[in-house]
Design a protein around this ligand. Structure first.
Ligand code: PGA
Length: 255
């Protein structure tokens, strides 16, 4: 399948930003500008406390709502956690899993990424699976190795059919929140490598249709170049997704 046939997915990762009122204000600013948008999928991954309000605000539009993490158990004594069925019940469609900030600050491991991925897919959620290397790993020529290890661990036991609900987000840790994005060529090289690994595991039909995003300081000034690369089908955007006009400019570069 040609890149043209993969619908780009532009996802905002708001992290711990915006309360409900700010969420509604953002969505109200965004929606009129994208009412005729057909060739780009938009996802807003908002804090847990904003999810219900966001789901109601985007009802019947081309925008979907995602969470930024989820627990892998169905229920039980896990103080502070949220289950997949809790997200599904309120109309959340996507969940980010394995973000480097969760790996770095909250003890996320390849094992827990795998457990979360399986649980989310079983509950009918779509997964934005984050993988990526640190600067030390890149400098040590370990990028392919790290990315492949993270990918293989997360997708262990995931069927080809379930891959319809998986987006891979390649997010080099050194590019996240630093203002220093990977170059078009650096990002393409790893996204192409990820697609090759998917082909080895699942065959070319699956690898050709899987959406692979780039994330890490993507903004309106660099989005067009990154999104034009053959294996980059969208973006996972942090800082630049917090302001509607800036986010809209990125969406327009994906068209
Ligand atoms: P950034 O964050 O766009 O601010 O670099 C991206 C992310 O963490 O997903």
């Amino acid at each position: 399948m040609n890149k043209v046939l993969r619908k780009p997915v532009i996802a905002g990762n708001w992290k711990m930003n915006k309360n409900q009122a700010e969420t509604i204000a953002f969505i109200n600013e965004l929606l009129p500008e994208i009412s005729d948008l057909q060739d780009v999928k938009i996802v807003l991954c908002v804090p847990f406390t904003d999810l219900s309000a966001a789901v109601s605000a985007v009802l019947g539009t081309c925008v979907s709502i995602g969470a930024q993490n989820v627990h892998y158990s169905q229920k039980g004594a896990f103080t502070g956690e949220i289950s997949v069925s809790m997200l599904a019940e309120i109309g959340v469609e996507y969940v980010i899993i394995g973000h480097s900030e969760r790996r770095q600050y909250f003890g996320e491991t390849d094992r827990t990424v795998k457990l979360r991925t399986s649980a989310a897919l079983e509950a009918g959620l779509k997964v934005i699976l984050c993988i990526g290397e640190t600067l030390d790993e890149r400098n040590g020529n370990l990028t392919d190795n790290v990315v492949n290890t993270q990918l293989a661990a997360a997708l262990d036991g995931i069927s080809a059919e379930a891959m319809d609900s998986v987006i891979i987000a390649y997010e080099p840790v050194w590019a996240i929140g630093t203002g220093l994005n990977a170059t078009d060529e650096q990002a393409e090289q790893v996204c192409g490598y990820i697609r090759d690994q998917l082909a080895l595991k699942y065959g070319s039909e699956v690898s050709d249709k899987t959406v692979i995003q780039y994330g890490g300081s993507m903004k309106s000034s660099n989005a067009a170049g990154l999104l034009a690369m053959p294996d980059i089908d969208g973006g996972l955007i942090g800082t630049a997704s917090l302001e509607a006009k800036e986010f809209l400019a990125i969406i327009k570069s994906a068209k």
